[in-house]
Design a protein around this ligand. Structure first.
Ligand SMILES: [Zn+2]
Ligand SMILES: [Zn+2]
Length: 237
């Protein structure tokens, strides 16, 4: 199995590409709108044939992709964009200095700490990289978290790629509880969670692995509860 391509919600699709060199799924998202397709993250250059195949399944081609949004500048989120010649490409300004892309000038480094681009709201979450962003598609209540919160290297939920993913949520909470987020970065992580929880999300689309459906605000709130408790313990010590 090279990839899974599934519907998340009407007009929103996930492409989860199996990356055997990293033992992880790398996720990309297609949002199909009347005026063209938006792609959020794009995997590595060597995976672009899978992007083309996914577009074919939608009856589309790379020319139909009009907007590319990158959650951050790591190779597995930007390199696949090289095949989209008709697209405007956007990323946070702080990613300019280290974007892992051969033609950085194809990107607009215009995104600030929050704003709106076409139908997408975005907010700076940082932490994973200096300019990591989360995007929110309000009409569909879909939140795209990039690698700020993802399931890198994890198996998919037993319920499938797009599912409630209660097993994945449980594991993330345990990971956090057991110190998976370093002390020095915990405060920034919690601030990113607070920023994301301002959106009323019902779907969480991450940079790697499972896509979560339902109760996203309560999942983020649970993470905040665990994280705040850890922080209080640190202060007491
Ligand atoms: Zn990354
Ligand atoms: Zn990644």
């Amino acid at each position: 199995m090279d990839y899974l391509f599934e519907s998340v919600k009407e007009n929103v699709y996930v492409l989860a590409i199996w990356d055997s060199t990293w033992n992880s799924y790398n996720n990309c998202y297609f949002i199909v709108q009347e005026d063209g397709i938006t792609l959020i993250d794009s995997s590595k250059e060597m995976h672009s044939a899978f992007l083309v195949q996914a577009l074919q399944q939608l009856g589309k081609s790379p020319e139909d992709v009009k907007l590319v949004l990158a959650t951050h500048g790591h190779e597995d989120h930007v390199q696949g964009t090289s095949i989209f010649k008709n697209a405007k490409k956007y990323i946070h300004h702080l990613e300019r200095s280290f974007i892992e892309y051969q033609e950085p000038d194809e990107f607009n480094f215009d995104l600030l700490n929050h704003g709106v681009i076409q139908q997408f709201e975005y907010v700076w979450v940082g932490n994973h990289t200096p300019g990591s962003l989360a995007f929110y598609l309000k009409p569909s209540k879909v939140l795209f978290t990039g690698d700020f919160l993802c399931f890198f290297g994890d198996p998919l939920s037993k319920d499938g790629l797009v599912s409630a993913g209660n097993d994945l949520r449980h594991e993330w909470l345990e990971f956090l509880r057991n110190g998976g987020v370093a002390k020095e970065t915990l405060n920034g992580f919690l601030n990113g969670l607070i920023a994301m929880n301002a959106f009323d999300a019902e779907f969480m689309c991450t940079g790697h692995g499972g896509v979560l459906v339902g109760d996203i605000k309560s999942f983020i709130s649970e993470l905040l509860t665990v994280g705040n408790k850890l922080q209080d313990e640190q202060v007491i010590k």
